[in-house]
Design a protein around this ligand. Structure first.
Ligand code: NAD
Length: 309
């Protein structure tokens, strides 16, 4: 009897709180979105030497953050550093770091802690794509995909999360991909590494939630193709629903999501609907939709980058 009373009370509280969170979310959806101030925050961006990483760096530079730029490409990274200085940021530090090497990540992270301070916003953005069918992809390339796109996240989290927890202040940003939400032919290793990065970020978020570390925020970003050159030659058959994104637009929206402390951010919005459909439609219907949107041929024109990473 007392058990029934206990469990009814628990259920009642749960329903009340759930209703409250739903109402809260609906009200917040109608209000103008608040953006946090990142002036003075130490923002580390991996893969800052080109593409999205560079544009994210410039966005944070304009907002007065202290920048820590990592890239394996020294020249590109220094160029971003110069551009950030021109954009007005006074404290910008460029480090050459191969994120696929655990020891190097730990070594450079120690250097950053000594020379700059505790990183408060960590953006794991460095990424590579092999773009080969599963059986055609050499083992070393598959391992490299995992080392850069996923394992680097493990090491950077281990290096920078403890100080975030100690300060009860930090933000972990995972640049995953729409390929971290759905499997894509010709992208098996890339998809697997992006799913892994997504899973890690979500799990660490749940850990911080359970341990009541309210000051640690997480944002997981899943964009469709962006015109940075990474997916050169790839196409979309349905540009109205799944447009190939302009890099500046993508960077602006990603920063907006970070400043609003959104947990999940998919781009374009149609991806949310696709995920919803995938969760309940019969497989055959999902495959028909994929075929209609020509998703199975998106990688057909993929042009491998000439430069070896
Ligand atoms: N471009 C797209 O269509 C697209 C779509 C979804 C997600 N993404 C993701 O966005 C992120 C940025 O991609 P991008 O489009 O700007 O590509 P990009 O190739 O322009 O930039 C990637 C950067 O990562 C750096 N990098 C690669 N290997 C590294 C390593 N071992 N250590 C350190 N740095 C390394 C490169 O030098 C480069 O500067 C990636 O994680 C990518 O997977 C891209």
């Amino acid at each position: 009897m007392s058990f029934n009373l206990q469990s009814s009370k628990k259920l009642f509280i749960f329903l009340g709180k759930s209703l409250f969170t739903l109402l809260e979310a609906m009200i917040f959806a109608l209000l103008p979105k608040q953006q946090k101030n990142v002036a003075g925050e130490i923002v580390l961006i991996t893969g800052a030497g080109s593409g999205l990483g560079r544009l994210l760096a410039l966005q944070f530079a304009r907002r007065g953050s202290v920048l820590v730029l990592w890239d394996v490409n020294k020249e590109g990274n220094e160029e971003t550093c110069k551009m950030a200085q021109e954009a007005g940021v006074t404290r910008v530090h460029a480090y050459t770091c191969d994120c696929s090497q655990k020891e190097e990540v730990y070594r450079v992270a120690d250097q950053v802690k000594k020379e700059v301070g505790d990183v408060s916003i960590l953006i794991n953005n460095a990424g590579i794509v092999t773009g080969k069918n599963f059986l055609d992809c050499p083992d070393e390339l598959m391992e490299k995909s995992f080392d850069v796109n996923f394992k680097a996240h493990l090491w950077t989290y281990k290096a920078f999360l403890p100080a975030m927890i100690a300060n009860d202040h930090g933000h972990l940003v995972c640049i995953s991909s729409s390929a971290g939400l759905v499997g894509v032919n010709g992208l098996a290793d890339y998809c697997a590494s992006k799913f892994a990065a997504f899973g890690l970020a979500e799990s660490v978020f749940v850990e911080t939630f359970v341990q009541n570390q309210k000051g640690i925020k997480t944002t997981i970003v899943c964009p469709f193709f962006i015109k940075t050159g990474m997916f050169e030659g790839c196409t979309t058959a349905c540009p109205s629903l799944l447009p190939i994104l302009e890099p500046e637009y993508a960077a602006e929206k990603i920063v907006e999501a970070i400043l609003q402390e959104k947990m999940y951010f998919y781009m374009p919005k149609f991806l949310y609907f696709m995920m919803f459909l995938k969760s309940f439609l019969p497989l055959k219907t999902v495959l028909l939709i994929g075929d209609y949107l020509d998703i199975f041929h998106a990688m057909d024109g993929f042009l491998e980058r000439k430069k070896k990473l």
